[in-house]
Design a protein around this ligand. Structure first.
Ligand code: PEP
Ligand code: MG
Length: 598
């Protein structure tokens, strides 16, 4: 009876893509071949063994090529990930590393490959959880294809799934994800992965609910189990009882009605009942997400995280690569504003193409603007690319992690120099570009009046501001409860920044995850932010909500909120004022959605 799944088993993971799915589980059996025979080969066989390895790599390339060729239309936008896997098959550390092991240690190809992959894994494991650590798994996925060929087991066949199911897997490689026919997938559930893993990103852009990082879902769930996947709350319920099932069916119907309703009006401006207009923009990480921004009525792009272009590649992107990408984005968005944030690597985001030393406290270390100011070549290439792309659209530039005014002054100086060099070379660019600073460090909050003199706009990055002000690691599950966007200290800081911005007459936006949670919206409106920026899927719900709010009342609410001693008091006030309007909206809350006692 080892295989029976518990009844009404509730599992908590990371809600990586919102929405509710109810259906049958399809478990992708996926034994990682950990036990590999290690053999020492005869010196005269070394050449043949190296050839066997090269052949397996070639086979893997052909298989990937085939997968790329057969990618269904709905996944076309993600083919670049597979292209990067193609490159990873010839990655120096894996390819040359394996050949070196065969040659020097006279090992069989399988174990030589395993040693090379383990070395790469060890490097990535040292990186803090998140964004760039996920890129380590790309290399592992790519090398798995080679191993399967060496072992003669061939790649896993998942294109045969023939009914609409919830995919349960240990981890999903992009090659696997793109083989699955979208129409057959109700949701994704995985042991590994995070908000920024490819499965998470793809699920979000395809609007398929996903709960990732469950650790042992594949051990607890079996094919055929009935499952509920709540991608907003990050909850998975296996073999639910009648009562739970009914409750979730109702919520799902409510959610779908709500989403359909709000999407119909998402092109309308977010204007309050008393005529105040709030700009609602999108945060994106990939160019491909632009379609979703348009579909969901985004007024522009409030945050383009540019780190992805530095990942999945052995070498840094060239100025031309960056320019092409930014220009495409600007052209698609037309007159709508696009805010490009300069490179924010370090902290929780690392790039494979940039060598990184080990740091005790990466979040407090060499990251973002600190890294860029000391890496003039990398920074200048990006600045030039942004200035050139701005010639083709409505682009503004923003610098992350500013902690003192000198950084801003220096970054602006480098931007000026980049412009001068373009001018000299006769390359078209936009010289009159709006410049902004992200406010995500407490020192920037308190120096906002000084910083305001240097910029055209602020964007408050609450994901980091909460982390730094409340001393809560934003990626640490164990302290996630303490990560409170509505903490009075956070709200007072936002208030302070807005006041400084208003006095200096610079625009002020907020682009942390909290902007997409309906419960925060009346407070953000009442704090008098000019714009809020969020994941594209949340935009219709937020815009719809704002259209039902009164600006005057929200300002009154904020006056009371700023007097409160605790987060629970703040929450109580918001619920008292808006409780019923939030009932459906909480489905759309981000990864740290607040339970509203529904
Ligand atoms: C933030 O810190 O709030 C932010 C928007 O930036 P990121 O999440 O990329 O650090
Ligand atoms: Mg940040």
């Amino acid at each position: 009876m080892a295989n029976a799944t518990a009844k009404n088993l509730s599992l908590q993971g990371l809600g990586a893509s919102p929405g509710i799915a109810i259906g049958k589980a399809y478990l992708l059996e996926h034994e990682d071949v950990e036990v590999i025979e290690k053999r020492v080969i005869r010196p005269e066989d070394v050449g043949a063994e190296i050839n066997r390895f090269k052949q397996a790599v070639q086979q893997a390339q052909e298989q990937l090529r085939e997968i790329i060729r057969d990618v269904p239309d709905e996944y076309r936008d993600h083919v670049y990930i597979l292209d990067s896997h193609m490159m990873l098959l010839k990655d120096r550390m894996i390819y040359d590393g394996t050949i070196e092991q065969i040659r020097q240690k006279r090992l069989n190809a399988e174990s030589a490959l395993k040693i090379a992959v383990d070395k790469v894994k060890a490097i990535f494991r040292k990186m803090p959880e998140g964004y760039f650590r996920d890129r380590g798994s790309d290399i592992v996925h790519a090398s798995k294809l080679i191993l399967e060929n060496l072992l003669g087991t061939g790649p896993s066949k998942i294109s045969d799934i023939d009914q609409r199911v919830i995919i349960v897997a240990h981890d999903l490689s992009p090659a696997e994800t793109t083989q699955i026919q979208l129409a057959k997938v109700k949701a994704f559930v995985t042991d590994r992965g995070s908000h920024t893993s490819h499965t998470g990103i793809m699920a979000r852009s395809l609007e398929i609910p996903a709960v990732l990082g469950l650790a042992n879902a594949t051990q607890l769930i079996h094919t055929g189990d009935i499952m509920i996947v709540d991608g907003s709350a990050g909850t998975v319920i296996v073999n639910p009882n009648e009562q739970t099932l009914t409750r979730y069916h109702e919520r799902k119907a409510l959610l779908e009605d709500f989403q359909a309703k709000v999407t119909r009006t998402s092109h309308l401006p977010a204007e309050t009942t008393d005529g105040h207009r709030l700009t609602v923009t999108a945060n994106i990480e990939l160019l491909e997400e632009v379609v979703s921004v348009m579909d969901h009525g985004g007024d522009g792009i409030g945050l383009y995280r540019t780190e992805f272009l530095y990942m999945n590649r052995p070498a840094l992107p060239s100025e031309q690569d960056l320019f092409d990408n930014y220009r495409d984005l600007a052209e698609i968005m037309g007159t709508r504003q696009v805010t490009i944030r300069t490179l924010d690597i370090g902290g929780d985001k690392f790039a494979t193409s940039v060598p990184w030393g080990e740091e005790m406290n990466p979040a407090l270390g060499f990251r973002a603007i600190r890294f860029c100011l000391q890496s003039p070549e990398i920074f200048t290439a990006q600045l030039r690319a942004i200035l050139r792309a701005a010639y083709f659209g409505n682009i503004r530039i923003m610098f992350p992690m500013i902690s003192q005014v000198e950084e801003l002054v220096q970054a602006k100086q480098m931007l000026r120099e980049a412009a001068e060099s373009l001018d000299k070379e006769g390359i078209p660019f936009e010289g009159d570009i709006q410049i902004g600073a992200m406010i995500e460090v407490p020192s920037a909050v308190f120096m906002a009046d000084v910083l305001a003199k240097e910029v055209d706009f602020f964007s408050i990055g609450t994901n980091d501001l909460i982390q730094y002000s409340l001393a809560i690691d934003r990626g640490n599950k164990h302290v996630a409860e303490l990560y409170q966007p509505l903490h009075p200290a956070v709200l007072r800081m936002i208030h302070r920044v807005v006041q400084a911005a208003k006095t200096a007459e610079v625009q002020v936006a907020l682009c942390g995850e909290m902007a997409g949670d309906l419960i925060n919206v009346p407070v953000l409106l009442g704090l008098e932010l000019d714009a809020i920026s969020m994941n594209p899927i949340s935009i219709p719900g937020v815009k719809n909500f704002v259209r039902n709010l009164s600006f005057e009342e929200s300002k009154q609410l904020v006056r009371a909120v700023l007097e409160q001693p605790t987060t629970s008091n703040v929450l109580e006030l918001i619920r008292e004022a808006y409780g019923t309007s939030l009932e459906t909206g909480d489905f759309f809350s981000g990864e740290r959605g607040i339970e509203l006692g529904r």
